[in-house]
Design a protein around this ligand. Structure first.
Ligand code: ZN
Length: 210
């Protein structure tokens, strides 16, 4: 798997998957929000543990949920660009259209709401040579993740995070989603996961700007 990843990285550019720091930190990231049902509850949980995280928001969802977005911002979490509409088609329409689409998503956050982002995470982590070129021109790296739990495909359970827990290292970026329509079970496991990380000595931090 690591060899395969290295080959893909050599063709499509090496994304950020972890950030080495002298502190023992973990970067939780939540994609696809803000969501009216789920995001405020995730924020409540993070606040309970004095934890910070990063929210890779979808521009369209920001426009529909400005109050939730402002809550993320006011509670000192960081914000990432996860595109305007979570569409996959712009990846197949050439460099110019792809760049415009990325910048349109960024504008929905930066210009309209006055928030700078930590960077771009493509929907589903899609990478193409065109995207590599655009990131090079923008002097940015894509932000992906070191661990994910496919929590949009099937429920995020204690079993899922326990299975991977021993492989989690300081600096790792972890992908989760704050888009769950009925988030109660997700939140239960998330709280257990946060507790386990804190008990293992990790500090939960927001991603810094590039
Ligand atoms: Zn997504």
């Amino acid at each position: 798997m690591k060899i395969f990843q290295a080959i893909v990285d050599s063709v499509l550019g090496k994304p950020i998957r972890k950030i080495i720091s002298k502190d023992k930190v973990i970067y939780l990231t939540f994609d696809d929000g803000p969501n009216r049902h789920c995001t405020p509850k995730v924020l409540e949980l993070l606040s309970k543990y004095n934890a910070r995280a990063t929210f890779f928001v979808v521009g369209k969802n920001v426009e529909c949920n400005v109050d939730v977005f402002n809550q993320i911002k006011n509670e000192k979490h960081s914000i990432g660009n996860h595109s305007y509409d979570h569409n996959y088609m712009p990846f197949f329409k050439g460099v110019k259209r792809l760049r415009q689409w990325i910048e349109f998503g960024e504008d929905a956050i930066v210009k309209q709401l006055g928030v700078s982002t930590v960077g771009f995470r493509p929907p589903a982590g899609i990478r193409t040579p065109e995207l590599r070129y655009i990131m090079y021109k923008r002097k940015e790296c894509l932000i992906l993740w070191q661990h994910r739990f496919y929590d949009t495909v099937s429920l995020f359970t204690d079993d899922k995070w326990k299975k991977k827990f021993s492989s989690i290292e300081s600096g790792d970026i972890i992908l989760l989603h704050d888009s769950h329509k009925e988030p109660d079970e997700f939140l239960n496991s998330l709280e257990n996961f946060i507790n386990a990380l804190i008990n293992a000595g990790f500090k939960l931090c927001a991603l810094p700007s590039q």
